[in-house]
Design a binder for this molecule. Structure first.
Ligand code: 2BA
Length: 107
């Protein structure tokens, strides 16, 4: 058993969840915030048998799109004032971790 942890853009997450569900994959979504841009994203937890991990990753890849976001010139970003021109940041479609699950139980 594996746990897929996928950090997905808020704009894509409903499509990703719907397609996971239509293909028989359960997921739990957590409201999260990126540490760099300090913008909301969603972290999906998907428990799945090891042989089905590629199918889960394919669904996430198909429905997660990379996009450019601007950081305002005077944005704090949690690190204080940042003077200068707005900066364009390329935010990836999804950030994915796959970890081993020691035990899985539904009680
Ligand atoms: P944020 O931390 O808000 O990062 C948004 C985007 O800003 C990143 O896109 C990356 O392009 C850029 N970025 C992040 N840190 C940077 C830095 N120190 N210097 C310059 N540019 C930086 P992604 O890499 O696609 O990441 C999207 C979101 O995925 C991140 O939002 C964060 O919530 C999560 N994430 C990415 N890598 C992670 C990691 N190693 N561990 C945990 N979460 C991660």
């Amino acid at each position: 058993m594996k746990l897929v942890i996928a950090i997905v853009n808020s704009d894509d997450v409903s499509t990703v969840i719907r397609n996971l569900s239509q293909n028989g994959f359960s997921s739990t979504s957590l409201a999260t915030t990126g540490g760099f841009l300090m913008r909301k994203n969603v972290t999906l937890l998907i428990g799945v048998d090891e042989e089905k991990v590629p199918a889960v990753l394919d669904i996430i890849k198909e429905h997660s799109h990379s996009r450019k976001q601007m950081i305002p010139a005077s944005s704090g970003m949690g690190h204080g004032f940042m003077p200068g021109m707005p900066v364009e940041v390329n935010v990836g479609g999804a950030t994915i971790f796959v970890v081993d699950v020691e035990q899985f139980q539904r009680i």
